[in-house]
Write a protein that binds this ligand. Structure first.
Ligand code: NAP
Length: 310
């Protein structure tokens, strides 16, 4: 049974979705945020955020998301902590399904963000939760006084490595090239940390162990030589993919699955806007996602003003 037509449904509850909600609710649009079953986005699995303006002492990622949600609730945003299962942007009002429930919306902001990528080898799956992890903040404390490996060469990899030095006896960052992609400040921090070392030009061929991880087999991409590194945990931090599966066939996506924008935050479908990491693969920061959230709320508001009669 369809529900009342909403002015605005925001899909996603990271910095983009929640900033859009703060702006839209302050404009009295009474938005609904479909927040997902694991609300809060990528900052929920981040440790300290030092570069979000207004927090000179830094703030923990999950704490920042709680504050953003409180701010959106304060101005009258409704929340549904569930996942969208399908959308129909061919109909007006737009139809969004959450299981058996059908939501109707005059405008939609897609702010579903991006998710961590995995290596895709069989042993990675086999040891998931038994020494393989994608979240140092979540799992780091389980690995006290043992050697660990972090896979990747970007900011996420170095952030994970730095965080893990709180617990681990040593952290080896394994990167497939001989040059890091991470920002200079993160490289400096990692180089200054006596527990962190690097293995260059190498990829993980296999993760080995019995019940839990005991090491990784690495292959040098230049020489082909294989080596074994003894570690008790492997943290994979090799980037992200956009969460757009549910929009395939409904919105134009680029070759990597990111939503293509037409003008401002507007997609090809008038009245459907996209915000944050789901379309922005270049900047991908909490603060740029929040900025996009603001842009998309203002765009949705203007669209509603121009298309509401009477
Ligand atoms: P990223 O910048 O895309 O880096 C991914 C890294 O993983 C790259 O070094 C890449 O190697 C490597 N990689 C990708 N696929 C691989 C595979 N199959 N096997 C082995 N290695 C693989 O992703 P990210 O580190 O998650 O960062 C994403 C964005 O968030 C960036 O803009 C970053 O600045 C930002 N971020 C910022 C902070 C911070 O400021 N504190 C923290 C985290 C993230 P190549 O280099 O060879 O491509």
């Amino acid at each position: 049974m369809p529900e009342d037509v909403r002015n605005l449904v925001i899909i996603g509850s990271g910095p983009a979705g929640l900033t859009a909600a703060i702006y839209a609710s302050r404009s009295l649009l009474k938005p609904l945020v479909v927040a997902g079953r694991t609300p809060g986005g990528q900052l929920m699995i981040t440790s300290e955020v030092e570069n979000f303006p207004g927090f000179p002492e830094g703030i923990m990622g999950p704490d920042l998301m709680v504050k953003m949600r409180e701010q959106a609730e304060k101005f009258g945003t409704d929340f549904l902590d569930d996942d969208i299962t399908s959308v129909d942007f061919g109909k007006r009002p737009f139809e969004l399904r959450v299981g058996d429930r059908t939501l109707l919306a005059k405008t939609v902001i897609v702010a579903t963000g991006a998710s961590a990528l995995w290596l895709g080898i069989e042993s990675e799956k086999r040891f998931m939760g038994k020494g393989v992890s994608g979240c140092a903040t979540c799992d780091g404390a389980f690995f006290r006084n043992v050697p660990l490996a972090v896979i990747g060469g970007g900011d996420s990899a170095l952030e994970e490595a730095l965080f893990l030095t709180r617990f681990a006896s040593s952290v080896t960052v394994v990167h497939r090239r001989d040059e890091l992609r991470a920002s200079k400040i993160m490289i400096k921090k990692a180089n200054e940390n006596g527990k962190i070392s690097f293995i260059w030009d190498s990829v993980v061929k296999e993760i080995v162990g019995d019940k839990t991880v005991s090491g990784v087999v690495l292959a040098n991409v230049k020489t082909g030589a294989e080596t074994k590194l003894d570690v008790k945990g492997v943290f994979v931090a090799i980037g992200h993919k956009p969460n757009t599966e549910v929009f395939a066939g409904q919105l134009p996506l680029d070759e990597k699955g990111y939503i293509r924008l037409k003008r401002g935050s507007s997609t090809e479908i008038e009245g459907v806007f996209a915000s944050g990491d789901v379309h922005d693969h270049r900047y991908r920061q909490a603060v740029t996602a929040a900025g996009w959230g603001c842009v998309s709320a203002l765009d949705a508001q203007k669209y509603l003003e121009e298309h509401t009669t009477g």
